[in-house]
Structures are given as structure tokens and as C-alpha cells.
Design a protein around this ligand. Structure first.
Ligand code: TYD
Length: 202
């Protein structure tokens, strides 16, 4: 029996997820809830090494998908499930919706193959809430261009990111009310107000 809540954050690179994480974490902790903040790919020693490989080395879309799920398997066993069992809340910067968006939507790996890995690794576990930060791709690209050293995903072209965004929005249509789309192309205080309402409601 899992006692904590599992919240995941998603969005195309450059949608501003990272800007909102400290606000969300502070909001949850301000209610006296113990929170584990983590990320994918990564979150464990093995997962962080796999992240380095994923962000740097060229590999086939299938290998990329399997390595994402290898990192996720370790993350679930070492971090996410033990925390939820203790009654902590877990806030993960990305989770399996990213595999459907990037590896299926972006790279074209079949949805069915990803569903098989999802079932194998998660055994039915799903986030209680997923916040999908949505911004038009050209706005995301402009933000990324201002940033340092792009990784292997960030170097992809506009049409790749259009496919990723489309796949994320399709997931949101397929999985209401778990996935909430946040229009992240608005002033920060408006976004914060909406995040506050959603988080307090769970
Ligand atoms: P990201 O959260 O963007 O890291 P940062 O903000 O530090 O750049 O995650 C790294 C990349 O990993 C991102 O481009 C999306 C990709 N990714 C997938 O392709 N599939 C997945 O299942 C996950 C978790 C991430």
C-alpha cells in the first residue's frame, strides 16, 4: 500500500519545467509533507551514469528506449517506491510520459513496445498527478538557444519537438484527469496561481 503521492513534471525541452520545480517543492513542503525531489533519466547512481550515456552517445531509438527504462527500473526500486511506502511524496522531473513523447512521438518507437516496458517496470504504478508544461515549440527553441551546451536531445530539430509536443498533448487527452496541461506561455504569477490550486486540491 503506497501512502505518499507521486507527482511528475513533463514538457518539451525549454518549456520552463525547471523554473517551476522550486515553487512546487516549496508549496508541498509548506503543508508539512516530506518530499523527495528527483529526476529522470537519473535519480540513482546507476541512473545518473545511464543519463550521461543517453544525453551524449549516439544510439538506436530502441536502445535509447531500453536504457531509459533500465534507469527507470532502478529509480523505482531504489527511490520512488520506498519513498511512497514511507508516506513521503515524490516529485519527479520527468517519468514515463516522456518515453511516450520522445521515444514514440519523437523517434517513432512503437507505442506497444513502450507499453510492454511500462507494464514490466511499473507493474501498474502510475503517477497520481502529472503536470504537463506546454509552450509552442518556437518559444521553447528560442529559450534553448539562449542556453549553454545543448545535449543530444536539445540538438534535435523543430519537427522532432513538434512531434514530441503533439505526443504529450495526445497523452493528456488519453489520460485525464491524471495529466493536467499547464499553459506555460503566461506570466509566472498566473502559472503559480494555477499550480497552487492544482497541488492543494490533491
Ligand atoms: P531534461 O529534463 O530535459 O533535463 P535538463 O532540463 O537538465 O536538460 O531531460 C533530459 C532529456 O531526456 C530530455 O531532452 C528528454 C529526454 N527523455 C526522454 O527522451 N525519454 C524519457 O523517458 C525521459 C525521462 C527523458
Amino acid at each position: 500500500m503506497l501512502k505518499g503521492k507521486f507527482i511528475t513534471l513533463e514538457g518539451v525541452d525549454g518549456a520552463g519545467k525547471s523554473t517551476h520545480i522550486p515553487f512546487i517543492a516549496k508549496l508541498i513542503r509548506s503543508r508539512g509533507v516530506e518530499l523527495v525531489l528527483t529526476r529522470e533519466p537519473g535519480g540513482t547512481a546507476v541512473g545518473e551514469q545511464l543519463r550521461d550515456l543517453l544525453l551524449r552517445e549516439h544510439m538506436s531509438p530502441e536502445t535509447e528506449t531500453l536504457v531509459m527504462f533500465a534507469a527507470r527500473c532502478e529509480h523505482l526500486k531504489q527511490v520512488i517506491c520506498p519513498a511512497l511506502e514511507r508516506g513521503c511524496w515524490v516529485l519527479s522531473d520527468r517519468f514515463t510520459d516522456a518515453s511516450f513523447a520522445y521515444q514514440h512521438g519523437g523517434r517513432g518507437v512503437s507505442q506497444q513496445k513502450i507499453e510492454i516496458l511500462e507494464q514490466w517496470v511499473q507493474e501498474g504504478l502510475q503517477p497520481d498527478l502529472t503536470l504537463l508544461f506546454d509552450v509552442p515549440v518556437d518559444v521553447c527553441r528560442a529559450r534553448l538557444n539562449e542556453s549553454r551546451d545543448p545535449d543530444r536531445f536539445e540538438r534535435e530539430n523543430q519537427t522532432f519537438f513538434e512531434r514530441v509536443r503533439h505526443a504529450y498533448l495526445q497523452r493528456a487527452r488519453d489520460f485525464p484527469p491524471r495529466i493536467r496541461v499547464i499553459d506555460a506561455n503566461r506570466p509566472l504569477d498566473e502559472i503559480h496561481k494555477e499550480l497552487e490550486e492544482i497541488i492543494l486540491s490533491i
